[in-house]
Design a protein around this ligand. Structure first.
Ligand code: FES
Ligand code: FES
Length: 879
C-alpha cells in the first residue's frame, strides 16, 4: 500500500482492518473509532483509491497496491491543506473527534465534485456523525473548502485580522488546527510500552447478590496477568460523586455494574478470559420504576439508605388557594425519558507509572476525559488507595455532563495499583453506554393557573425523579431552583423526590434537571394560553419575571432581560406564524412552537482559581483547570488574556490539563467556566498588570529584577448564601442567569406521525460575546441535541447498544438554525461575559412538542415524541 505517499509492505491477518494498520502498526491516530466497528460513526473515514471508505470495515488484505490517504497526509498544523484551513476558520471543530473523518469525506467529495450543493454535501457526509455542532457549520466548512479550492477566496481573506480588540472576534481556537490535522491526542491514541489491556465483566441483570466469582480458568489463559475483584482494591472502592463502587463487592444494582477486571497482554486475550469467568448471582426483586420504589414493602436498593434518597419541598405563598381562585387552570402529567448524553468518543483511560523509585513512592499518572481533574484525583486516591497520583486531561471527544462522574478511571487506576503495570482501558461503545451516567427521567404532575387577565397565579409540580441506584442530588436541586423558569408566579407548591431504582444511574447531562422541569412548565404555559385564548408569545411576554420579583425559591432578580430576548424574537415568530398558515396540506401540517428558559450559572459560595505568569518574551502563561471537551475554553482564556494585557494571541500559552500545573476550580459544567474561571483569570491579570505597571517591566526578567514575582494567583469567589430551607425550599439562586427563547417550525406527517424540523431560531441574552463562532456553535449543537431529546433519543439498558439503537442525530436530519444574540453584559462576568452551553437544551423539547400541538392539535406529554405516540394521539382524538 501507499499510505500518505509512502510505500509500506504488510503481512496481515485476514481479519485485520485498515483502521488497525493505521492506528496500531503505523501510529497514525487521526482515524478514530467512534462506534464498535459497525460502520455507524464515520470517525474512521480515510480515502482509498480516491474514495472515502470506513477503515473499520475495510479488510487490509484487500488493499494490495491501494493508495491510502489519512488526515495526516493532507497537511500539518504548520502547512495545512485548504480543507483543514476551512474547517478551522468556519468554526466547524468543537471536540474534534469527528473532524478527521469529516475532512476526509469532504476531500473525496470535492475531488469528485468541486462545487457541491447542500443536499450533495449531506449525501456525501451521511455516514459521518457529529454530536457537538448540529452539522450546520460542517456544511458551511465544506462549502468554504470548495471556495478555497476553486480559488474564489483565500484563507488569509477569511482569517480575522490581528488588529484591534480580540473580543467579539472568532479567532481560530488554539486547539482547532491540531484537531484538523490529526495531531491532537485523544486518550485512546496514547500507546504505552508494556501496558496491560483490560476487559471488565459487567452485570447483565439489574439487581442481584454476588454469591461467588470463579476466575480459576480465566487466570490460566494465555496472556492473562490476573483477575481482580473488589476485595483486591486497597482503597475505599468508592467513587464519591455518585457513591458508586469501582467494583461491586456484595451486590449489583443495575445492568452494567462492574464485577471483575481481567488484565492481559492484549485486549483479545483479556476478552477471551472474561468469558471463562463464572459468576453466581442470586437474583433480587427489581425496582424498575420510581413508583414501585415508593411502596412500603419495596425492597431497599441500599440497606443503609431509604429508596427516597432526596426530598425537598418548594413552597411560596398559597398555591392551592390561588388555583381555586384562578380563572383558568390546566393540569397534566409529563414524563421525560432516561437518555444517554452520547459523546462521540467513548470512555477511555490510560494509566502509567512515573518516577519509579522505592517501592510505594512511584507516581501514578491517570490520563482520561475528566472535566474536574482535581476533585476526581482526590476521589481516585482514596478509592484505589494510592496517594502519589496526578491526572492529565487528554483531548476529549465531548462529554455533555457525563464526565462529572468518572468510571473508567477508577477501574484503570485500581488495576494499575494491583498489577503494578501501565494500563490501557478502552471500553467499547456498548460498554461505555453501560458505565456512564444517564439523563434523569422525571415524572411531573403539574397544575398551572392564571387569572382572567392572563396573569399567572399559581404553579404546582410534584416531581418524582428516577435516580437509578447511585446517589447524586445536583440534578434535582437545579430543577427545583429553576422551577418557575422565566416567569413571575406568585404562588408555588412543589416537591422534588429523587428515588433509587435498579434503572441506569442518572447524573448530570446538559442542563441537568432544567430540561426536564422546563418541558413541563413550557408545555403547561402553552396549554394555559390555549385555554385562555391568548397567543402563547404574548402570554409568555406578559408573565415574564421583572427585576425586584422573586423566583420559585424566593430569589429576587436584580436583572431579568427575558422581555428583551422575547422582543428580539417577535418578528421571527410573526413571520413563522404567517408562513405556517400558507403551508398546509391535507396530510402534512406545519406548526410553530415556543419554549423558554432561564439557565443558572454559578452557585453562591463557590469559587475558582487561575494563575498567570509573565514569560521572558513578555507573553503570558495561564494555569487553570478549565477542562475543554469541545466548548472552546482555550479561546476564552486566550482572548481574555490577550485583551486584558494587550498582547498578541500567539503570546498567550495555556497550561490547563494537568493537576500538577493547576489548582482546583470546580467542574467544567453548568456553563460556569467562562464566568468563574474567566473571572479568576481577570483577577490574576489585574495583579500582574499592577505589578508590571508599578516597576515599568514588560518581561519576567525585568519584573523579577525589580523584586516582584512573575506569577500571580487570581480568585473568583461568589458571595455566600444560606442553603435551601428544608421546609420551604426558599434560598439563594444562581449568581448569573442566561435567558433564552426558541422558536421551532416543523411539519407533521399526519399519516406516519413523522416530524420534520424545518428551522429553529434561538434568541439568547449572551452577555459580552468573546468568540461568536464558539457561542453560536454551542447554541446550534444544543438545538440539535434538544431535537434528539424531543423526538427520538432514549436509553434502554441492555437494548441501546450502539448509535443506531440510540438514534443518533444525523446530517440528513439537520435543519436550518438561526441565533439572535442580545448582548447584555454581566456585571460580575469577565468583560461582562458568561456561558450559554446548557441553556440551549432547556427550551427545545417543549418548543418542539408545542409546535406539534400547533400543527396537529395533540399534546405529547411523554418524551420522546415518537411517530407512534403522535399517531396514537391523533387516533384517540378522532374517537
Ligand atoms: S469506527 Fe468505523 S464507522 Fe465507526
Ligand atoms: S466536533 Fe463533531 S463530535 Fe465533537
Amino acid at each position: 500500500m501507499t499510505i500518505n505517499g509512502l510505500i509500506h509492505q504488510f503481512v496481515v491477518d485476514p481479519e485485520r482492518v485498515l483502521l488497525d494498520i493505521l492506528r496500531e502498526d503505523l501510529g497514525l491516530t487521526s482515524a478514530k473509532q467512534g462506534c464498535d466497528r459497525k460502520g455507524q460513526c464515520g470517525a474512521c473515514t480515510v480515502i482509498v483509491n480516491d474514495k472515502a471508505v470506513l477503515s473499520c470495515l475495510t479488510r487490509a488484505a484487500a488493499l494490495d497496491g491501494a493508495r491510502v490517504i489519512t488526515v495526516e497526509g493532507l497537511g500539518t498544523p504548520e502547512n495545512p491543506h485548504l480543507i483543514q484551513h476551512a474547517f478551522v476558520l468556519a468554526g466547524a471543530i468543537q471536540c474534534g473527534y469527528c473532524t478527521p473523518g469529516m475532512i476526509m469525506a469532504t476531500k473525496a467529495l470535492l475531488d469528485a465534485n468541486p462545487e457541491p450543493g447542500t443536499e450533495e454535501i449531506k449525501k456525501a457526509l451521511q455516514r459521518n456523525l457529529c454530536r457537538c455542532t448540529g452539522y450546520k457549520t460542517i456544511i458551511e466548512a465544506v462549502k468554504l473548502s470548495g471556495r478555497f479550492i476553486r480559488g474564489e477566496i483565500t484563507p488569509d481573506e477569511v482569517r480575522p485580522k490581528k488588529t484591534g480588540s480580540v473580543l467579539g472576534v472568532s479567532h481560530p481556537r488554539p486547539s482547532a488546527m491540531p484537531k484538523a490535522c490529526g495531531s491532537a491526542q485523544f486518550t485512546a491514541d496514547i500507546r504505552l510500552q508494556g501496558a496491560l489491556e483490560l476487559a471488565v465483566l459487567r452485570s447483565g441483570v439489574p439487581h442481584a447478590r454476588i454469591v461467588s466469582i470463579d476466575a480459576s480458568e480465566a487466570e490460566k489463559m494465555p496472556g492473562v496477568a490476573g483477575v481482580m475483584k473488589a476485595s483486591d482494591i486497597k482503597g475505599t472502592n468508592l467513587l464519591k460523586i455518585d457513591a458508586a463502587e469501582i467494583l461491586c463487592k456484595d451486590k449489583v444494582h443495575c445492568v452494567g455494574d462492574p464485577i471483575t477486571i481481567v488484565a492481559a497482554e492484549t485486549l483479545a486475550q483479556a476478552e477471551a478470559a472474561l468469558s471463562a469467568i463464572k459468576v453466581d448471582l442470586e437474583m433480587l426483586p427489581v425496582l424498575d420504576n420510581p413508583t414501585a420504589a415508593l411502596a412500603n414493602d419495596a425492597v431497599r436498593i441500599h440497606a443503609d439508605l431509604p429508596n427516597v434518597c432526596y426530598e425537598q419541598p418548594v413552597i411560596k405563598g398559597n398555591a392551592e388557594e390561588a388555583l381555586r381562585n384562578s380563572a383558568a387552570v390546566v393540569e397534566a402529567r409529563f414524563n421525560t425519558q432516561i437518555n444517554h448524553a452520547a459523546p462521540l468518543e467513548q470512555e477511555a483511560t490510560v494509566v502509567y507509572w512515573e518516577d519509579e523509585g522505592e517501592e510505594g513512592d512511584a507516581k501514578l499518572v491517570v490520563v482520561g476525559r475528566s472535566i474536574n481533574i482535581h476533585a476526581h484525583l482526590g476521589m481516585l486516591q482514596e478509592a484505589v488507595g494510592w496517594e502519589n497520583m496526578s491526572y492529565i486531561e487528554a483531548y476529549s471527544g465531548g462529554q455533555f455532563g457525563i464526565k462529572a462522574h468518572i468510571a473508567s478511571e477508577g477501574i484503570a487506576a485500581a488495576a494499575a495499583v494491583h498489577f503494578k503495570r501501565p494500563i490501557r482501558y478502552i471500553p467499547s461503545l456498548a460498554e461505555s453506554m453501560l458505565m456512564t451516567t444517564k439523563c434523569m427521567a422525571f415524572q411531573m404532575d403539574v397544575k398551572l393557573g392564571a387569572d382572567a387577565e392572563g396573569n399567572l397565579t399559581a404553579y404546582c409540580n410534584d416531581i418524582l425523579a428516577d435516580k437509578g441506584p447511585y446517589y447524586f442530588d445536583a440534578g434535582i436541586v437545579r430543577a427545583l431552583m429553576t422551577l418557575s423558569g422565566s416567569y413571575h408566579i406568585p404562588n408555588i407548591n412543589a416537591r422534588g423526590r429523587m428515588v433509587c431504582t435498579n434503572n441506569p444511574f442518572a447524573g448530570a447531562v446538559r442542563g441537568n434537571g432544567q430540561p426536564q422541569v422546563g418541558f413541563a412548565l413550557e408545555c403547561a404555559i402553552d396549554m394555559l394560553a390555549d385555554k385562555l385564548g391568548i397567543d402563547p408569545f404574548e402570554f409568555r411576554f406578559q408573565n415574564s419575571l421583572r427585576p425586584g420579583q422573586g423566583t420559585a425559591i424566593g430569589w429576587i432578580a436584580k436583572e431579568w432581560p427575558f422581555p428583551e430576548v422575547m422582543r428580539a424574537l417577535r418578528p421571527h415568530y410573526e413571520r413563522a406564524v404567517q408562513e405556517a398558515k400558507l403551508h398546509q396540506s391535507d396530510r402534512v401540517k406545519r406548526g410553530v412552537g415556543l419554549g423558554a428558559g432561564a439557565h443558572g450559572v454559578g452557585k453562591t459560595g463557590e469559587g475558582a482559581t487561575a494563575a498567570v505568569e509573565l514569560d521572558a518574551d513578555g507573553g503570558i502563561t495561564v494555569y487553570a483547570a478549565a477542562a475543554d471537551p469541545g466548548e472552546g475554553n482555550d479561546s476564552m482564556l486566550s482572548q481574555l488574556t490577550a485583551e486584558y494585557m494587550n498582547i498578541p494571541l500567539e503570546k498567550v500559552r495555556l497550561r490547563t490539563r494537568d493537576t500538577g500545573d493547576t489548582a482546583a476550580s470546580g467542574p467544567a459544567a453548568g456553563s460556569r467556566i467562562t464566568y468563574m474561571i474567566g473571572g479568576a483569570l481577570i483577577n490574576a491579570l489585574e495583579q500582574l498588570k499592577a505589578a508590571m505597571w508599578k516597576v515599568g517591566a514588560k518581561t519576567s526578567e525585568k519584573l523579577i529584577a525589580a523584586g516582584k514575582p512573575s506569577r500571580y494567583v487570581g480568585r473568583k469567589k461568589n458571595e455566600d448564601g444560606e442553603p435551601m430551607d428544608p421546609q420551604t425550599g426558599q434560598g439563594p439562586g444562581f449568581v448569573s442567569e442566561i435567558h433564552g427563547v426558541q422558536l421551532v417550525e416543523l411539519e407533521v406527517d399526519t399519516a406516519s406521525g413523522e416530524v420534520t424540523i424545518l428551522k429553529i431560531t434561538t434568541a439568547v441574552d449572551s452577555g459580552t460575546v468573546i468568540h461568536p463562532q464558539n457561542l453560536t456553535g454551542q447554541l446550534e449543537g444544543g438545538m440539535d441535541m434538544g431535537v434528539g431529546y424531543a423526538l427520538r433519543e432514549m436509553y434502554v439498558a441492555g437494548k441501546t447498544r450502539d448509535w443506531v439503537t440510540f438514534k443518533f442525530p444525523r446530517i440528513q436530519q439537520s435543519f436550518e438554525m438561526e441565533t439572535i444574540l442580545v448582548q447584555t453584559p454581566r456585571a460580575k462576568g469577565p468583560f461582562g461575559a458568561t456561558g450559554v452551553g446548557e441553556m440551549c437544551m432547556v427550551p427545545t423539547a417543549p418548543a418542539v412538542t408545542n409546535a406539534i400541538r400547533n400543527a396537529v392539535g395533540v399534546w405529547i406529554c411523554d418524551l420522546p415524541a415518537t411517530p407512534d405516540k403522535i399517531r396514537a394521539a391523533l387516533a384517540a382524538r378522532k374517537k
